[in-house]
Ligand binder design. Sequence first.
Ligand code: 13P
Length: 257
Amino acid sequence: MSKLIAGNWKMNGSLAANQALVEAIATGLAAAGPTKCAVALCAPALYLDQISRQIKALAQQNIAGAAIDLGAQDISVHASGAYTGEVSGAMLKEFGVRYAIVGHSERRQYHGESDAVVSLKAKAALAHGITPIVCVGETLEQREAGKTEEVVKRQLAAVIHDNGHCISEIVVAYEPVWAIGTGKTATPEMAQAVHAVLRAQLKAATAHPERVKILYGGSMNAANAAELLAQGDIDGGLIGGASLKAPDFLKIIAAAQ
Ligand code: 13P
């Protein structure tokens, strides 16, 4: 299957920095020729409109901006109403958003998002034709206690349980919490082992498991991407820090082709 490389900018960026970053990525992609993998930028919600307009303008100049999809970093479980600070699926869709990250460990950790909430967020995304990128991953403590498999299966099972046959429409991202922003990457073998567990779980849950991409995230960078992406069950990457530097992000995209 073709790979997906998604940048998760987290709470980084500014109008000026985004403009420069998107331009550098789009021109880099254009210079490299037809892109064989999908590329997405998951930006802070406020900037989605800016990026969407810029991508359209670049596409009009025949710069490969059209190959870049937009992603949000979160989505409300609610359709509309008195939910201060929330952004709904319909709003995201109006701005051409294709993906929404749900259940990132930073949201689970700092915003108390439970498996049940993550699952409802995946459902809200699917209801609006937005592909949820469902994040799962164990903490260092859980890994050391031998609970990695149990934790990721429980996190994915919640989403499978609530989303039934739509499960073939999701993207899964395995992000070991101890590898996020720490420079400690899971070895390709460690990541592949967990991806295989998730793949088997998806096979048991849907008639079309081949549609589901399983991304790896956690200190993926220009130097280690090729080895990770060469594993049989790693279908792409969810990139934090390295997605903020165009040359690094472009190298990861090149490694995915
Ligand atoms: P880093 O690539 O900065 O480790 O972040 C990974 C991540 O959390 C992507 O969602």
